[in-house]
Design a protein around this ligand. Structure first.
Ligand code: NAP
Length: 244
């Protein structure tokens, strides 16, 4: 199955590192004109050095109005990947207001408002489009020390369903991918300790964590016309974790 995005303009948030970076690179390989938005300039510099065709946008998505303005200034976007995400690990009884605000602002609020700007353009142009929100298995399963992260991703799944409902008549599809642990910087934060990793691996029928590439493939599929009748779904990339 070949996936091509020739003639499409794609925006990927959180594309300096990890999953987002590889999504940006893969989209460019498949023919899209890619806008990589992320927070750390040095990450964007190294991405552009490797892939000079990718356009870099340095922005912190928690600066909502500024980010919306930057995104609006890009012109037509046909494909959006709301990927930027953060996790702060705290036991429920110790959750701080600061951590709550930061995680919700990146993992939920930014997806809504970046999605809003991009979808408005799609509606105005009447050409349809596709949006993928990067959620997590943590949206559907309780993970110790992940109270705010789980809540943010659960809310993101619901946001995705409502976006799919309201944008569907405009031929805009909106879906989530819900990965298990992936050993990016974020994955290492929560799961490097074998005492935490082993019990999690024990609950995954395929007995391993996901590779970045496996998440990228699911995102490309949901952005592409190969999934033209799929909207409002949460696609686990979890080796079966959520099935058990
Ligand atoms: P990562 O390696 O930590 O990369 C996250 C990227 O998002 C970084 O480039 C980061 O930039 C950027 N970012 C974070 N906050 C931002 C902000 N306020 N404004 C702009 N960019 C921001 O994480 P990852 O593992 O690739 O995660 C990508 C997505 O997958 C997230 O939504 C995450 O929740 C989800 N996910 C990850 C896992 C996992 O185990 N890794 C599992 C399930 C779901 P800076 O480094 O400059 O902040």
């Amino acid at each position: 199955m070949e996936i091509r995005f020739d003639g499409k303009r794609a925006l990927v948030t959180g594309s300096g590192k990890g999953i987002g970076r590889e999504v940006a690179i893969a989209l460019e390989k498949c023919g899209a004109e890619v806008y990589a938005l992320s927070r750390t300039q040095s990450d964007l510099d190294s991405l552009q050095k490797q892939h000079p065709g990718i356009h870099a946008i340095q922005a912190d998505v928690t600066n909502t109005q500024e980010t919306m303005e930057r995104v609006r200034s890009l012109g037509p976007i046909h494909l959006l990947v709301n990927n930027a995400g953060v996790g702060v690990l705290q036991p429920f009884l110790d959750v701080t207001e600061e951590a709550y605000g930061r995680v919700m602002d990146v993992n939920l609020k930014a997806c809504l408002f970046v999605g809003q700007v991009v979808a408005r353009g799609m509606v105005e142009r009447g050409e349809g489009g596709a949006i993928v929100n990067v959620s997590s298995q943590a949206s559907m399963a309780a993970l110790r020390d992940h109270a705010v992260y789980c809540a943010s991703k659960g809310a993101l799944d619901q946001l995705t369903r409502v976006m799919a409902l309201e944008l569907g008549p405009h031929r805009i599809r909106v879906n989530c991918v819900n990965p298990t642990v992936v050993m990016t910087d974020m994955g290492r934060l929560g799961w490097s300790d074998p005492k935490k990793a082993q019990p999690m691996l024990g609950k995954i029928p395929l007995k391993r964590f996901a590779e970045v590439e496996e998440v990228v493939h699911a995102i490309l599929y949901l952005l592409s016309d190969k999934s033209s009748m799929i909207t409002g779904t949460m696609l686990p990339v979890d080796g079966g974790f959520l099935a058990c």
